[in-house]
Design a protein around this ligand. Structure first.
Ligand SMILES: C[S@@+](CC[C@H](N)C(=O)[O-])C[C@H]1O[C@@H](n2cnc3c(N)ncnc32)[C@H](O)[C@@H]1O
Length: 358
């Protein structure tokens, strides 16, 4: 495991608003909610408690240490863990926080309220980055965009909320939408798409040689709950072929990626982020599966050459100029201490690149 730090600097401080939720059980986490501070929005319970440990937090903050003064866009605000650490470390930086999940925005607004108008929280997806920056122009007030942070995937509260259908660990309706107010649920999606498309999507998003059998089983059984989805996967994968971990884990992940159009979101966001960043600004992407890390790596490689595809042996003759300087070719991984204390950090891969030319 490698880290940006020579000494492990993982001081896993929970944000102050998380103290009453400092429990490992999702059920007791829900029971501890203060009903006066936990309104419902679109059928989803809002809570100021957001028990998520920000991954590689100190590494992320270190990467923003030398950017010019201005605005950092946190496109995956979650509970505001990374944003809060960044705001505390740089008092000349403001954060435009984006999240598609209403409960995350609610939690972040509570967690970050001491930073006042240095924080502006917007509902939306990071795939719409250009439109979000345009609509926040009044708050941005001409300041340069000096950073973009994407900490991809789902948060712990999303996974642990027994009602949202993200996890095989809880019996729930098969929903999986990060924005519970719009779009198709996983159950509706399985019903709509044809078996070949489902197979290809499962394969592309992590399911291995049983993608065809699982797709057929899902189309035959049309699961509407998490336990029905598990049963459909179990009937498609023989016990002798099951790998370590839960047999349905990859299917859950693949469906979640599909329901939330996660690959398209990232592909749309990277060029938009590169365009809005000022020279000297940094883009930091934390991925949790190989597909999204590959997209980031290829995008950064292209920006680092300015799109040059001249044969390396000849040297560049096309005149393309690098637009970004990449932190390094391989991804940075969390240190062992972090993985031990936060198992959800295990699959994290961090990439960063600085804009060097407009
Ligand atoms: C891993 S969590 C981020 C945690 C956050 N960095 C922290 O330290 O608290 C990912 C968050 O991004 C949000 N998200 C995922 N994809 C998104 C997208 N395309 N647009 C906006 N928000 C997204 C999820 O709803 C979730 O709240």
């Amino acid at each position: 495991m490698t880290s940006l730090h020579t000494t492990p600097a993982w001081i896993l401080r929970r944000p102050p608003t998380c103290t009453i939720g400092a429990t490992s059980s999702a059920r007791s986490f829900v029971q501890l909610l203060d009903p006066h501070r936990a309104p419902q929005v679109g059928g989803q319970r809002m809570t100021h408690v957001f028990h998520h440990i920000s991954v590689m937090r100190d590494d992320v903050v270190a990467l923003f240490r030398d950017v010019p003064s201005g605005v950092v866009i946190d496109g995956t605000l979650g509970g505001g863990g990374h944003a809060g650490a960044l705001l505390a470390a740089r008092d000349d930086v403001a954060v435009l926080g984006v999240d598609r999940d209403a409960s995350a925005r609610f939690a972040a607004s509570e967690h970050l309220k001491s930073f006042g108008d240095r924080v502006h929280i917007v509902a939306g997806t990071f795939g719409e980055l250009t439109e979000i920056v345009t609509s926040a122009a009044e708050w941005i007030a001409g300041r340069p965009i000096v950073g973009v942070l994407l900490d991809l995937g789902v948060s712990s509260p999303q996974l642990d909320d027994p009602e949202r259908g993200f996890s095989f660990r809880h019996e729930a309706v098969l929903d999986m939408r990060m924005d519970a107010s719009s779009g198709e649920t996983a159950a509706q999606l399985i019903e709509r798409i044809d078996v070949l498309e489902l197979r290809d999507e499962l394969r592309q998003n992590g399911e291995g040689r049983f993608a065809t059998a699982i797709a057929r089983s899902l189309k035959a059984s049309l699961p509407s709950t998490t336990s029905e989805l598990v049963a459909a996967v179990e009937s498609a994968v023989p016990p002798s072929a099951r790998r370590r971990g839960h047999v349905a884990a990859r299917t859950f992940q693949a469906l979640r990626i599909l329901v939330n159009r996660e690959n398209d979101e990232l592909r749309d966001a990277l060029p938009a982020a590169s365009a809005v960043l000022t020279v000297g600004g940094v883009m930091v992407i934390l991925s949790y599966h190989s597909g999204e890390d590959r997209v980031t790596k290829e995008f950064f490689a292209n920006q680092a050459t300015g799109g040059c595809s001249c044969p390396p042996a000849l040297g560049c003759v096309c005149g393309a100029l690098p637009r970004f300087r990449v932190l390094r070719n391989s991804a940075v991984l969390p240190g062992e201490a972090e993985v031990n204390s936060n198992p959800r950090a295990r699959s994290a891969r961090l990439r960063a690149a600085w804009k060097v030319r407009a």
